[in-house]
Design a protein around this ligand. Structure first.
Ligand SMILES: *Cc1c(COP(=O)(O)O)cnc(C)c1O
Length: 445
């Protein structure tokens, strides 16, 4: 599908951003020229996906669409039990309702925000065990999303009897769409299993992760993406998936597991939260589109085209000397806002300020993945300033051309060139107790 986009004036954008309380989530899409807020549910479906939708079976129970979807997930992930959900966070909600209890500790390589939210909402703790390399944006290593086995083992030893599972996120979104190597996936699963701890793979971008394994890790160049994916999941106990990412649909998700007791247990939460276990909050036509999208997006050419576009944007930023999390990730470029807006103190949220500046410059909507998203410590209620402060330029699949990427890079360069003049950031006027970044209201200082 294509749609017209409209250019706006700086005066219009100033007014719209003020009305949105300096939070780009609160802008209307028609106020945005190029929308890189997220790659979630924003991809363009293929001719085959649209035609698969026409064959949707809308039976309440046991629809043929469900069995087509189930077969595709079973084939790609190698797990026998599959439950559809309306999106990724719903899969987390259903599965974690069974598994996470107050006082639990859940280690993971930089939990996604909703994953962390679902853990913390149950009065459990999410502990980050990402490798230290991830925190130096200028370091060029191939698998920056990896788990630090040392950190993981410490958490497992210190919290005996309190760890219900470990979350392994592929690719590691929060540190910049950075992949996890096959060697690290296997070592992580083996270490967890040695301590009797199951592993749940948060698999929103598993196909992109498989692409990086194929192109960067020794011994995988001749394997297909589908073969690599199957090997990635071989030792995991379960997976949650946001189909809005690597299945290229506008809405959808699922749980897959090889543990029958987890499957039986989650059914009891799926039915009241999502719906009967063969539709889980989705239409039959949506299940068909997911099945088709999964099949297409686990082919090398599709992923190669996509990831080369991300690299195209990165090459432009290199030309302009704009620092970002290196090397370029799978679905997005993460600009290191701390190194761009060096005159804005961290208490005034540099990355959030940069999203405002970029929008004002050219109507480009990016997303803050930084101190605002990091939220407050649930116990001390202090802001968490210890991670990275990034501006994410997420690239929807099959939507924009490289010309659009050039406009984004030029806009960012204009902001970069006047970075010394930006000395003040934003202050919080209102925030929600959990996952504040979606709805926070700000004041420009
Ligand atoms: C998007 C995402 C989720 C949540 O999925 P939704 O479909 O947005 O609910 C969970 N984990 C990761 C890694 C994601 O990228």
């Amino acid at each position: 599908m294509v749609e017209p986009i409209r250019k706006s004036t700086r005066e219009e954008r100033e007014q719209w951003l003020r009305e949105a309380h300096y939070n780009v989530f609160q802008l209307k899409s028609e106020q945005v020229y190029i929308d890189l807020l997220t790659d979630s549910g924003t991809g363009a479906m293929s001719d085959r996906q649209w035609s698969a939708m026409m064959l949707g079976d809308e039976s309440y129970a046991g629809a043929t669409s469900f069995y087509r979807f189930e077969r595709m997930v079973q084939t790609l992930l190698g797990m026998p039990y599959v439950i559809p959900t309306h999106q990724g966070r719903a899969a987390e909600n259903v599965l974690f309702s069974l598994l996470v209890k107050e006082g639990h500790v859940v280690p993971g390589n930089a939990h996604f925000d909703t994953t962390k939210g679902h853990i913390e909402a149950r009065k459990a703790k999410a502990v980050d065990v990402t490798c230290d390399e991830a925190h130096d944006t200028q370091l060029e290593v191939p698998f920056k999303g990896n788990v630090s086995l040392e950190k993981l083992e410490k958490v497992l030893i210190a919290n005996k009897g309190k760890v219900p599972f470990m979350v392994l996120t592929v690719t590691n979104n929060t540190v910049g769409g950075q992949p996890v190597s096959m060697a690290n996936i296997k070592a992580t699963c083996q270490l967890c299993h040695q301590y009797g701890i199951p592993v749940i793979m948060d698999s929103a971008r598993f196909a992109e992760n498989a692409y990086f394994i194929k192109t960067r890790e020794e011994g995988f160049a001749d394997k297909t993406i589908k073969e690599i994916a199957l090997e990635m999941f071989a030792e995991a106990d379960a997976a949650t998936m946001s189909a809005k990412k690597d299945a290229i649909v506008n809405m959808g998700g699922f749980i897959a597991t090889r543990r029958k007791e987890w499957y039986d247990g989650t059914k009891a939460f799926c039915i009241p939260f999502e719906g009967y276990v063969t539709y889980g909050g989705l239409n039959g036509r949506d299940l068909n589109a997911i099945a088709q999208g999964l099949d297409e997006n686990t082919e090398f050419d599709m992923l190669d085209t996509r990831i080369r576009q991300v690299r195209h944007l990165a090459a432009r930023l290199d030309e302009y000397g704009i620092p970002y999390q290196r090397p370029a990730g799978g679905h997005a470029i993460f600009v290191d806002a701390d190194k761009v807006l060096t005159h804005v103190p961290k208490e005034e949220f540099p990355a959030q300020t940069l999203t405002c500046e970029l929008y004002l410059e050219a109507g480009v909507r990016a997303c803050e993945i930084g101190y605002m998203l990091a939220d407050r410590d649930p116990v001390t209620r202090e802001n968490r300033f210890n991670g990275l402060d990034l501006l994410r330029l997420a690239i929807p699949r099959r939507v924009y051309t490289n010309n659009h990427m050039d406009v984004v890079a030029a806009a960012l360069k204009n902001v970069f060139d006047r970075r010394e003049q930006v000395t003040r950031g934003v202050a919080i006027e209102w925030e929600a107790p959990l996952m504040r970044h979606f709805t926070v209201q700000l004041r420009r200082l």
